[in-house]
Ligand binder design. Sequence first.
Ligand SMILES: C=C1C[C@]23C[C@H]1CC[C@H]2[C@]1(C)CCC[C@@](C)(C(=O)O)[C@H]1[C@@H]3C(=O)O
Ligand SMILES: O=C(O)CCC(=O)C(=O)O
Ligand SMILES: [Fe+2]
Length: 382
Amino acid sequence: MDSNASTLILRPPLSIQNDIEKGQPVLVFDTSLLQKQPNLPTQFLWPHEDLTCITQDELTEPPVDLKGFFNGDKEAISLAASQIRAACSNHGFFQVINHGVDSIVIRAAHQQMDAFFDLPMSRKFAVKRKPGSVWGYSGAHADRYSSKLPWKETFSFGYSHENSLELDVINYFKSVLGKDFEEAGLVYQKYCEAMRNLSLVILELLSISLGVDRSHYRKLFEDGNSIMRCNSYPPCREAGLTLGTGPHCDPNSITILHQDQVGGLEIFANNKWQAIRPRPDAFVVNIGDTFMALCNGRYKSCLHRAVVNKEKVRRSLVYFVSPKEDKVLRPPEDLMGSEEARKYPDFKWSDLLEFTQNHYRADSTTLQNFAYWLLSSKNTFN
Ligand SMILES: C=C1C[C@]23C[C@H]1CC[C@H]2[C@]1(C)CCC[C@@](C)(C(=O)O)[C@H]1[C@@H]3C(=O)O
Ligand SMILES: O=C(O)CCC(=O)C(=O)O
Ligand SMILES: [Fe+2]
């Protein structure tokens, strides 16, 4: 653990996530109205340091080909594992191709996302995210924050790896959006099932790349409760002043993302922001804070953001792979040398979720601050 942890515990309370005061009017993210205002509302302005993009570099590392993994080709598996090891030790990002996910399912998921975000505001509002929950619709997270609002709309729901054969997603869509979204429910049920299966493959490759028991991480996530999210970033006349998603590391374990052809995802690698050019045949994979803790910091949680543009709406499908809430999370024994110190305390996903929902707005230092918070509030370190 960081030697100055005990000093930091004594710092003033961390930033509170839900900074909207009761009684304050909440901004409605209706871009047809917002765009008529002469200037971008101040709530959407981001500080200069978060907006910097000195060069429009692109990250050009080759994608990891999963074909050999599915064929059981030992050489190809070891090549994939070494590419993953290099990428994750450096910045925590890689893309996968020949991933086995049906392109028809991916296309259908994008089409259903378009249909959802094109609904009138009143319908989207009817499935609004409730305080304390990550599920539902949110416009610019304006019901939670009052500054540095992201220029985006999101719609999120859960997917249980354990009950993957039950029709939870179909039922959720039917219950909140009615019969005309039954087809969408079916599409996302299939999409989430594909993401669950792909995530277990990636977790197996991560185990191989770290030299631990091949099935260790796979088993840990077999009964996980992941979060599926659709993101929509409308065009913005003053795109250079705001962000679609500010710089952050995902708090979950790994994230599997599919972006449309517009582009806007950037990751911080080799000391600069680098754009990720969209590839319809690839999924983007990010290491998140939970996985960083699970491998004792060997792999980096990927710092990333999404920028917006003046012309086109951009959309992305994001699957936040997460463990079962009450599982105790710690690095596997075969990873830790006898002399190696633990960098993070044991924790549960429910604690990190609570931290990001109620106490701290996710940014580049969430994991470190979460560790301090855990130590100060529970005073345990195993
Ligand atoms: C635990 C979570 C917090 C967020 C939703 C899930 C998974 C990822 C998180 C998030 C996307 C990280 C970036 C910032 C955030 C606020 C966002 O912009 O959407 C995060 C999510 C959230 O609290 O909604
Ligand atoms: O839309 C994107 O490309 C990034 C989204 C993201 O980082 C997130 O939802 O956590
Ligand atoms: Fe993210």
